[in-house]
Design a protein around this ligand. Structure first.
Ligand code: 9MR
Length: 385
């Protein structure tokens, strides 16, 4: 697969030649800047990666970044804290907030002129023990008070520095879960305490977040939410209900954790379009494409090519829909991917453990290079750029 970027490369070569001439060195010696995902992205689309600040950014030194940090800054215009803003990390005890990991992500983003996607405020997973235990006895009012304090504190701390927030994450069960697609009123401690009116609580979480940071775009976010299916039908209904109720819902995110064991759902573009027709933004929020590997731990040539094709199709679905604001990969290198720890699969990201760019990386680069430059402002005014 080629990774030439004809027009921008030609411009870069010409510019480098002019500079070289001005400096009195032969043009042939001048090296044009390498295109990156962020340099090729249309103006109205952020290309992002997840990063775990607590693990990979605490030692960040602007003048002497690690190889990982250099690539993260060079390739991506947006970062999502992979774990640092989750309850267990940021609010480990009832009266204790630990902002160290999240602050490191924000500081890194500022140093590299990147946007930040906040993740996440209401989720059934990675909650601290004190929340899980208390949820067995909470009244709805008690749960609401705890959640409101958390949302106002966390969103308020980073107000003006987050362009999109995954407010509610994975709040619907899957078709194959007991009881089928319905709100997670058992697994989610807050929805459980307020199971008499979970939609009322969800709407209020959006209201509290909006009051704490009126500039951030507020999203619903889930996996298995790419195409049109029973789960996204449920989200489509919920979105309409929340909007009719005046809740400041502004976006729908499809995580896009794909596996080559399954086919690609071609209804992704249509799914994004129906949410966009409600007036919402859409986003690909956690893309990766995993696969079962052979005994040698290596993918086949066919798998490598198919992975590139899947990344390309995910990106195209976003590029095809004007309301798609961001395309984020869930980590860019296999060495830091969450996948091998959870599935008997791997090779899910766009670079190897040694940061070698895979065909999947070049598929994204080519797709961005060929995309029509956008015309809408990339972010609301006043953000950290
Ligand atoms: O990548 C995250 C991993 O480091 C955590 O251990 C895990 C805990 O559940 O969460 C992972 O990120 C998840 C994201 O927050 C929500 N969508 C699914 C992601 C992969 O599990």
């Amino acid at each position: 697969m080629s990774h030439s970027t004809p027009i921008k490369r030609a411009v870069a070569v010409a510019a480098a030649a002019v500079t070289a001439l001005a400096l009195g060195v032969p043009a042939a010696q001048a090296t044009p800047p390498e295109p990156t995902l962020r340099s090729e992205a249309p103006r109205d689309l952020e290309i992002g990666s997840a990063v775990w600040g607590q693990r990979d950014l605490l030692d960040h030194d602007r003048k002497n970044p690690t190889e990982f940090q250099r690539i993260l800054g060079a390739e991506f215009g947006s970062v999502t804290p992979e774990n640092d803003m989750k309850w267990a990390e940021i609010h480990p005890e009832p009266d204790v907030y630990d902002f160290s990991g999240a602050d490191a992500v924000i500081a890194f983003a500022k140093a590299n002129r990147q946007e930040v996607r906040g993740h996440t405020l209401l989720w059934h997973s990675q909650n601290p023990d004190w929340v899980t235990e208390a949820s067995n006895t909470w009244t709805c009012d008690e749960a609401r008070d705890v959640l409101e304090d958390h949302v106002r504190t966390v969103v308020g701390r980073y107000a003006g520095e987050i362009y999109e927030w995954d407010v509610a994450n994975e709040i619907f069960q899957d078709e194959w879960d007991a009881g089928g697609v319905r709100l997670r009123t058992e697994a989610n401690p807050f929805l459980k305490a307020c199971s008499a009116d979970p939609v009322g609580l969800i709407g209020d979480v959006f209201r509290w977040a909006h009051e704490a940071d009126p500039e951030a775009l507020l999203f619903l976010n889930d996996y298995n939410a790419e195409g049109i299916n029973a789960k996204t039908d449920a989200y489509y209904e919920l979105a309409q209900e929340l909007l009719a109720d005046g809740a400041p819902l502004q976006g729908f995110g499809a995580q896009a954790h794909l596996s080559l064991q399954y086919g690609f759902d071609d209804s992704m573009r249509a799914n994004f379009e129906r949410f966009a027709a409600l007036g919402l933004k859409v986003a690909v929020t956690e893309a990766d494409v995993r696969m079962p590997l052979g005994d040698d731990g290596e993918p086949t040539t066919e798998q490598i090519a198919l992975q590139a094709d899947r990344y390309d199709r995910l990106l195209q679905a976003c590029l095809d829909v004007a309301a798609c604001t961001s395309f984020t990969v869930w980590g860019f290198d296999d060495g830091r991917s969450w996948v091998p720890g959870v599935f008997p699969e791997g090779y899910a990201t766009i670079m190897t453990e040694g940061f070698e760019k895979k065909p999947a990386y070049f598929a994204l680069l080519d797709g961005l290079t060929d995309a029509t430059p956008g015309t809408s402002p990339r972010t609301p005014p006043g953000l950290n750029r």
